[in-house]
Design a binder for this molecule. Structure first.
Ligand code: ATP
Ligand code: MG
Length: 417
């Protein structure tokens, strides 16, 4: 097949680790091509740093065992990430390459597929989800585009390869991927056929594994502006299948405006979408469904249950106390979300966040050893007395020095006798 376009190989294509992997895989004369996001992003002129925002996907007609043998022969570290689906990950200079054997899905089950390997590039392109994701590119820059993906990419049109309904039936995750890619690459309204098929299939989403939902949704939420597509998902009954109780994007939209100053964060965006009704129980439910890590679950739960005193009218003294108890990162998270809910108070929130950023952790100037030295018997009394000193020290706005605290400790110790 004639290539659709010739491009000048870009920096990531010429970089030493990429060359090493390509040379290893084509050592016996095989045709190797880049596929997926790296080709798409390169055509858009977006830098593709590979390691930073996503892996480099490579396709080969060789079977996985052969891929492993070729990488071993070249001394390139490799991991059999998904052998049964034909995927091996190569690691060169810390950079990851996902190498997948050309394949066709012979039987699909909505959640996974039985695959067969092939050496036909067109067949492999046909099983890919969207026309813009079915592009491939040789190491010297020849782009193959069997489904007019370049035209769709340039028009901002996320279009299924083949019949949208059937492709979603084969793998329900494609329904979420449709919205994810529209959020990143779409212009204007989503493709009407794709949207109708996605809407009709929304009820199938419960069959998907949590990990897959999590990955797609967090990538969707990381788009420069996910709000319009989230609204379309809500209007069409898709959002409720993956995020229960999200009623409006008002807080999310306010957060997106604020993020221009403070940086994007998909988990915080999710919390904004779940506010104001979302609480720790909602976080637990979502964490269970999406299989969030413990750290992600804890952060989401905290975001959805801020202490009442976090707000625009917070006094510096109160802020210091909360910073001491919860740490700057947590306080900034809460302040940003509170700011999204009280968007008129930007000036105050900016200065509270500045103050939180300048906060350096401090520790109570006296320790258990000081209590023991004053003759307090080892045991629960030590903790109780230290706690009393700490409460007083916080109440005094952290101004008492070590001698002041020792004196307080001494007074409390003598009261114990
Ligand atoms: P990203 O930049 O997020 O990595 P990507 O397009 O590379 O985007 P991946 O999830 O890494 O997305 O998948 C790589 C390629 O594999 C896709 O471009 C697409 O061709 C194909 N693909 C991935 N998931 C599916 C799916 N569920 N159905 C069909 N094709 C898929
Ligand atoms: Mg990828």
């Amino acid at each position: 097949m004639k290539p659709a376009r010739q491009i000048e190989p870009t920096e990531w294509m010429r970089a030493a680790p990429t060359r090493a992997v390509i040379d290893a895989l084509s050592a016996d004369g095989q045709e190797i091509r880049f596929v997926g996001g790296c080709v798409r992003d390169t055509l858009l002129g977006h830098g593709h740093d590979g390691g930073g925002h996503s892996d480099i996907d490579i396709a080969t007609p060789d079977r996985p065992q052969q891929v492993i043998a070729l990488l071993d022969r070249a001394g390139i570290k490799n991991i059999p990430t998904g052998i049964e689906h034909g995927t091996v990950t190569a690691v060169a200079e810390g950079q990851h390459f996902e190498i997948t054997t050309l394949r066709v899905d012979v039987k699909t089950h909505g959640r996974h597929a039985d695959v067969a390997f092939t050496d036909d590039w067109r067949e492999d392109a046909a099983r890919r989800d969207f026309t813009m994701n079915a592009l491939s590119c040789t190491p010297d820059g020849q782009i193959h585009d069997p489904w007019d993906g370049i035209a769709d990419l340039e028009a901002g049109r996320v279009r299924f390869v083949g019949d949208a309904g059937r492709r979603i039936e084969e793998d329900h995750l494609r329904l979420l991927r449709f919205f994810r890619f529209h959020a990143w690459y779409g212009t204007g309204a989503p493709d009407s056929g794709g949207l109708a098929a996605a809407t009709a299939a929304a009820k199938l989403l419960h069959k998907l594994s949590g990990e897959r939902i999590r990955n797609e949704m967090l990538k969707l939420l990381a788009a420069p502006d996910p709000a319009p597509v989230i609204e379309i998902m809500a209007e069409n009954g898709v959002l409720a299948e993956v995020v229960a109780g999200a009623a409006s994007t008002e807080i999310l939209r306010a957060l997106l405006a604020i993020e221009a100053e403070i940086g994007a964060d998909p988990l915080r965006r999710l919390a904004a979408l779940m506010r104001p009704s979302g609480n720790a129980a909602a976080a637990a439910k979502l964490a269970d469904r999406w299989r969030l890590s413990n750290a992600e679950h804890e952060r989401l739960a905290a975001l959805l249950s801020p202490p009442g005193q976090i707000g625009a009218d917070m006094k510096p003294r109160r802020l210091r106390r909360e910073l001491y108890v919860h740490g700057a990162e947590q306080i900034i998270d809460w302040l940003v979300l509170a700011w999204s809910e009280q968007a008129g108070e930007s000036k105050r929130f900016r200065s509270l966040i500045d103050a939180a950023r300048q906060w350096r952790p401090i520790a109570l100037p006296v320790k258990g050893a000081d209590a023991l030295a004053l003759g307090i018997p080892a045991g629960p009394a030590v903790g109780e007395v230290l706690k009393a000193v700490e409460d007083w020290w916080i109440e005094e706005d952290f101004t008492p020095t070590r001698p002041d605290c020792l004196e307080k400790l001494r007074a409390l110790a003598s009261a114990l006798d």
